[in-house]
Design a protein around this ligand. Structure first.
Ligand code: ADE
Length: 223
């Protein structure tokens, strides 16, 4: 897989992808991740990438010319071009799974008040948000989505079961609580069933506890 990130802040998106599992996925050739400075496609002498809003209003918008030039250069025929924006469809694990099947992702990162609508109309396949809050820029969001997608590539995780058994593997349930050794710590005990060796009882307990946790933290998932 190839991932390109187009942003005014390449270092912001690369930093979280330069450690641990995603670093290893790149080193072993599962994914090639590049971040590109949008300013490099601005042709005027100040490398200007933003401008004021037509019709008035506060803030600045990313101009169409550098974005058109950059996206047209970076995309290929199989590229999914994704705009990171709080106005997008909300990112979920099912979409991470779909995106992990693609050969090339190009993330376009908004900044300021966003991007000129002509860019969205002509060049963007998917407007994507990582949640109902506003970040200072889309580079952070592109790193989040890249991380969630790359870890699903076969071979990226040490144990493939990790991605099958975790929260959202079953769309409507969070993961059950988990414990490690010691069996007792400051008088706090690991539930007996997890030490019983009875796999059927353990699975039943985990299912029950997953429902309890989901009802407490994410009742919206059970509706
Ligand atoms: N840019 C700013 N906020 C964002 C969000 N919530 N998701 C994606 N991109 C963003």
């Amino acid at each position: 897989m190839k991932i390109d990130i187009l942003t005014l802040f390449p270092e912001i998106s690369l930093a979280p992808l330069s450690e641990s599992i995603i670093k290893r996925a790149q080193a072993s050739g599962l994914v090639e991740i590049r971040a590109h400075q949008l300013r490099d496609w601005a042709t005027d002498k100040h490398h200007k990438t933003d401008d004021t809003l037509c019709g008035g209003g506060p803030g600045m918008l990313l101009k169409p010319e550098p974005l058109f030039a950059a996206i047209e250069e970076l995309r290929g025929k199989d590229t999914l071009v994704v705009l990171m924006t709080p106005q997008g469809k909300v990112f979920k694990q099912a979409l991470a799974r779909e995106m992990s099947q693609r050969s090339h992702l190009l993330f376009v990162c908004g900044h300021y008040e966003g991007v000129d609508q002509r860019v969205i109309d002509e060049l963007i396949d998917l407007e994507l948000s990582i949640g109902d809050y506003v970040l200072t820029n889309g580079a952070i969001a592109a790193a989040v989505v890249s991380d969630a997608v790359v870890r699903l590539l076969p071979g990226a995780l040490g144990d493939e079961r990790s991605s099958q058994e975790e929260s959202f593997a079953d769309e409507n349930l969070l993961e059950a609580p988990a414990y490690t050794k010691p069996a007792e710590f400051r008088g706090l005990k690991v539930p007996d069933v997890l030490l019983s060796g009875n796999h059927r009882l353990i699975a039943e307990w985990q299912r029950e506890q997953a429902v309890v946790r989901t009802r407490k933290n994410r009742p919206d998932l059970l509706k």
